[in-house]
Design a protein around this ligand. Sequence first.
Ligand SMILES: [Zn+2]
Length: 313
Amino acid sequence: MKFGIDIGHNCPPDTGARGIKFEDNLTLDVGNRVIAKLKALGHQVVECKPARASSVSESLRKRCATANANKVDTFVSIHFNAFNRQANGTEVFAVSDTGRRIAKPVLDEIVKLGFFNRGVKNGSHLFVLKNTDMPAILVEGCFVDSQKDMNLYNPEAMANAIVKGLTGQLPSTPVNPIEDEEQNPDTTTLRFQKALNRLKITDKNGKPLVENGTNDATTKSAIEKFQSITGIQQTGIAGDTTWNAINQILAKRIIRVNHAGGVVVRYLQYRLGVDIDGIYGPQTEAAMKKFQQQNGLTADGIVGPATWQKLIG
Ligand SMILES: [Zn+2]
């Protein structure tokens, strides 16, 4: 496949939104990762962001002209949103039916990271979608002025999600080293046992799993336990959803109070022995402060790198 990747803005006077973070920085970071990952998977990439432009409209015209002249198969414009500090989540714009079919899996992959699903939307008002000749999408990764989104945001995970959504292939430079072995089915159970031991998920007898690569009854019971903790369907089988939950935890994102973190907060609540509801409220905060105190950490209730280190190494 030949992709036209359009890193949004970064071409003054064409500059992006400003919130807690700057859209230009995020589109550049995520866009560069997407480009590298697509190339590593063997795809051709045409970079559509112009080096310079004297106006926003010229910047946009040049992006389309580059994609059209190079006859890319799919045009992907990468952006981040800003609105009123409350709005949050991911949306992907498309115009044609083909564009929508490309947009949907990209949206789904980003939403798996924990962002609110704002849907695939009609982008017929967007210049770069109207003026490119091929199927085109515009990704609004999340909101740079939303604290919730900025807590969740991780450029590597976002880039992986976009590439996975576009190609169906697992990107070659994953969020954590555990993921790149995933394509080898022979090691799946062993890796799962190792991951569960790292996460301190025990079998039904409260024991760590034996790392033998055999999908036995104790391993199945531990998988079910993990699925129950993280609120996903209890199948006893480690499929994509389960791995995604593990990877979300292993990504060790910073978690703060009032953070509706879903899977990650549910896991923290399990570790702290408080009610599991996926919302980092006062009870969880108090338990976290106690955990931090007991482990010689700053008892601020913020789950940062040092706290994660104590929790999962
Ligand atoms: Zn933008």
